[in-house]
Design a protein around this ligand. Structure first.
Ligand code: PXP
Length: 250
């Protein structure tokens, strides 16, 4: 299925919590950012509860679940602890990501093909609870096919490598990566998966990704929270929305 409607924008508010935690105070408040994002055209809010709680904390997730009117995408590692929190909070969606304590951000995609039995068992109760489960993976067809087999509703394709190549000015390599992402999106959609993408997206690199017709949602965080310092969060989101719409011809 090719999605020709409006591309949804999920705003990741993790780094509002990063700034708050730098001072151990109560502000800036991630929930306030989420409510402002909603008012500025975000279609969903993503937050990542990491095992080390370096930014978003349990209380933030509770506040987001209760306080926003748009879908909450709960991002986490596939651990028993996270599964029980997700099943208690019942967010709209749960995006499973790999997590390494020493990494600065989510560096690669999840190895669904190499951990199929465990992930199938992990996903089943979430599905039964009505949560849309998403796998954050690279564009490798093996990972896409394994995600479909284990019962995920969504795959989110990792755009970090494309973003890095684009930032380094490696035009040819960035285009090749984009082609691979587009091929991955088409394969995933053909298998009946809803396709999202995200990581490292900015005003400069978002349009070619947003133009991939199978994509239904982009999740963008770090750049938007940084840009909010200069133009305010609302205008930063509105400009991203505008560029996504330009790419979609809508
Ligand atoms: N999608 C997923 C699954 C992520 O882990 C992240 C980073 O937390 C993002 C999207 C957003 O990436 P960025 O903060 O680089 O925009």
């Amino acid at each position: 299925m090719t999605y020709r409607g409006k591309l949804r924008l999920g705003v990741n508010i993790d780094h509002v919590a990063t700034v708050r935690n730098a001072r151990g105070s109560a502000w800036p408040d991630p929930l306030r950012a989420a409510i402002l994002a909603e008012a500025s055209g975000a279609d969903g809010i993503t937050a990542h509860l990491r095992e080390d709680r370096r930014h978003i904390r349990d209380a933030d997730m509770e506040a987001l679940r209760a306080g926003i009117g748009i879908p909450l995408n709960f991002e986490c590692a596939a651990t028993e602890e996270m599964q029980s929190i997700v099943l208690r909070l019942l967010p709209h969606a749960c995006c499973l990501v790999p997590e390494r304590r020493e990494e600065r951000t989510t560096e690669g995609g999840l190895d669904v093909a190499g951990d199929e039995a465990r992930l199938r068992a992990f996903v089943a109760p979430l599905r039964e609870a009505g949560i849309r489960v998403s796998m954050f993976i690279g564009h490798d067809p093996r990972q896409i096919e394994a995600s479909a087999r284990i019962g995920a509703a969504v795959v989110e394709l990792h755009t970090g490598h494309y973003s890095d190549l684009h930032a380094e000015g490696q035009q040819g390599e960035a285009e090749a990566e984009l082609t691979a992402l587009a091929r991955g999106a088409a394969r995933a959609a053909a298998l009946g998966l809803e396709v999202h993408a995200g990581h490292g997206l900015t005003y400069e690199n978002v349009e070619p990704v947003a133009a991939i017709p199978e994509l239904m949602e982009l999740n963008i965080g770090h750049f938007l929270i940084g840009e909010a310092i200069f133009r305010g969060l609302g205008p930063a989101i509105e400009e991203m929305r505008r560029r996504m719409d330009v790419a979609r011809g809508s």
